[in-house]
Ligand binder design. Structure first.
Ligand code: NAD
Ligand code: MG
Length: 398
């Protein structure tokens, strides 16, 4: 095990979030000696400073510029550089780390993730929204720069581990598993009345607020279907979703010959992070191991499309292609924010997304095919946000 070829220079984008904290915890538990190039956060300046004192990055970046004086104060005399703003986050992503964890939430993660890909680093991708909004371009950028995108999302990590790229055309189905979220066994009427607290209470994981709500609507699985289609170059009709409440089997690959390969593990994000860190090696660390005797029985069911319309919406957006996935993502971010602000009801979330896509379908796409992918995704994102906000305002007035 002394000959592992592990990255040494690393950056963690979104270090203060659920995935960022799990990443640094994994480093700690594995006893890794790392040169941390950069740590970045959105607003959590206290946690960022605490992490910087422990990991001694070259630079600590806070996206919210109003918090820079506080960050400076907290890191005074340490020799750690500080910076603020979205451009500074992308600059850290572009710096010379060999491995970059992309764990910012939402569309805000796209520019930094692309910057990391352009630098030729290995990009450990948790920020699924960037793939949904500009997947083909992101993957092409990484390939051209001599780098690689390795998925951290547990389902995609599972498929990445069991899908033999040489046999990709002999795959008959990818099966993504889902916990079913907090409303797996709820009625539609209960979902219509669901509170913020009920929707945030994920059965197996403690995650950021946005992905928790996405799990409750199953838009998370919708985003993941699109993510899988891009990552594994798989047509939409060969990607299926199954509800698997125990979250032990993280996903499966079914081959044409009738053999199905699955990847298993306890519901914990550190193993997929470890996989993305050490690939193609395996990182030794005191990992919680799966006990099959106490884990079972493992159960599976089809998701109910009437309760989880977001799944159908996402599949349609993927099939429509063009700007539809980015528009869907933006509308979902706004609808989730409005629900978290208690401005709209839980079932309004997929309704706002569907209505946004319908309205945008009726307006011309003003981006030209020559626009660079980020520019056109940014354009679509801004327009979809306006449309979704307008629909939300209408719902609030009603
Ligand atoms: P989180 O909300 O806990 O953390 C998000 C991080 O991004 C924080 O560090 C925050 O400070 C930072 N951030 C927020 N807005 C920002 C902005 N505008 N600019 C720069 N930084 C900003 O979210 P999370 O649960 O850690 O999820 C992060 C990403 O990983 C999401 O895309 C999510 O879908 C994906 N993911 C999460 C999990 C999980 O278990 N939490 C699993 C799979 C995938
Ligand atoms: Mg996932």
């Amino acid at each position: 095990m002394g000959t592992l070829n592990l990255p040494r220079k690393v950056s963690v984008l979104g270090s203060t979030g659920s995935i960022g904290v799990s990443t640094l915890d994994l480093f700690e538990q594995a006893g890794l000696e790392l040169d941390v190039v950069g740590l970045t956060a959105g607003r959590n300046v206290a946690r960022l400073a605490e992490q910087a004192l422990r990991w001694r990055p070259q630079v600590a970046v806070i996206e919210d510029e109003s918090l820079l004086p506080e960050l400076r104060e907290r890191l005074k005399g340490t020799g750690i550089r500080t910076a603020a703003g979205a451009q500074a986050v992308s600059d850290v992503a572009a710096a010379d780390a060999q491995w970059v964890m992309s764990a910012i939430v939402g569309f805000a993660g796209l520019a930094p993730t692309l910057a990391a890909a352009r630098s030729g680093a290995i990009v450990a991708l948790a920020n699924k929204e960037s793939l949904v909004c500009a997947g083909p371009s992101l993957l092409r950028t990484a390939r051209r720069a001599g780098g690689m995108v390795i998925p951290v999302d547990s389902e995609h990590s599972a498929i990445f581990q069991v899908l033999d790229p040489k046999a990709a055309d002999q795959v008959s189905r990818l099966i993504l598993t889902s916990s079913g979220g907090p409303f797996r066994d709820a009625t539609r009427a209960q979902m219509a009345a669901a509170t913020r607290e009920q929707a945030l209470a994920h059965p197996n994981f403690s995650m950021g607020a946005k992905i928790s709500i996405d799990s409750a609507t199953m838009m998370n699985k919708g985003l993941e279907v699109i993510e899988a289609a891009y990552l594994f170059a798989m047509p939409p009709e060969r990607i299926e979703v199954l509800v698997h409440p125990q979250q032990i089997i993280h996903s499966l690959v079914e081959y044409a010959d009738g053999s199905t390969l699955a990847q298993l593990g306890p519901p914990d994000m550190r193993p997929p992070i470890a996989c993305a860190f050490a690939w193609p090696d395996r990182l030794p660390w005191p990992a919680p191991k799966l006990d099959l005797v106490t884990a079972g029985p493992l159960t599976f069911q089809h998701p109910d499309p009437a309760k989880f319309p977001a799944l159908t919406i996402a599949k349609q957006a993927l099939a429509a292609g063009g700007r539809a996935p980015a528009a869907m993502n933006a509308a979902n971010e706004r609808a989730v924010a409005a629900f978290l602000d208690r401005r709209i009801g839980f079932l309004d979330i997929p309704a706002v997304v569907a209505e946004t896509l319908e309205r945008m379908d009726r307006t011309a796409d003003r981006t030209s095919p020559d626009d660079d992918a980020v520019e056109s995704a940014r354009h679509t994102d801004a327009e979809a946000r306006r449309v979704a906000d307008d629909i939300v305002s209408g719902l609030c007035a009603a």
